[in-house]
Unconditional design. Structure first.
Length: 121
């Protein structure tokens, strides 16, 4: 047992708790990172969603979960996060293209030729 553990066991219930030592910088970083991840992922507002999935996909999800030592919900949430991020990125680029078209900001023939030349070789 650690010295602090022995002191805690011997302390009568009515005695005040000993002052806790300030965590090291490394402990602060770990604790902070843990809470950032929890709040970013919305752990406190998770909801259950049911949907149908074919057996092959379910098997792949279970295999990934087993390899990563995670549950299926974690794997599915990671996949959904990746998909939603991609769709957000794509939508932003489509909207930007529409804004450019509305402003009649089109590429001239030279810019188009240069772009195609990059893909030729």
């Amino acid at each position: 047992m650690l010295k602090g553990d022995m002191e805690t066991e011997r302390r009568p219930r009515s005695a005040p708790a000993p002052a806790r030592e300030k965590p090291t910088i490394r402990e602060d970083i770990c604790i902070t990172s843990y809470y950032l991840i929890l709040f970013r992922r919305g752990v406190d507002i998770m909801q259950t969603v049911s949907f149908r999935i074919d057996e092959a996909k379910k098997s792949k999800i279970e295999l990934l979960a087993s390899i990563q030592d995670r549950d299926r919900s974690y794997i599915i949430n990671e996949a959904l996060d990746t998909y939603l991020d991609l769709m957000d990125w794509q939508l932003e680029h489509v909207e930007e293209g529409v804004r450019q078209a509305d402003a009649e900001d089109f590429a001239d023939e030279g810019e188009v030729a240069t772009a195609f030349d990059r893909w030729k070789s």
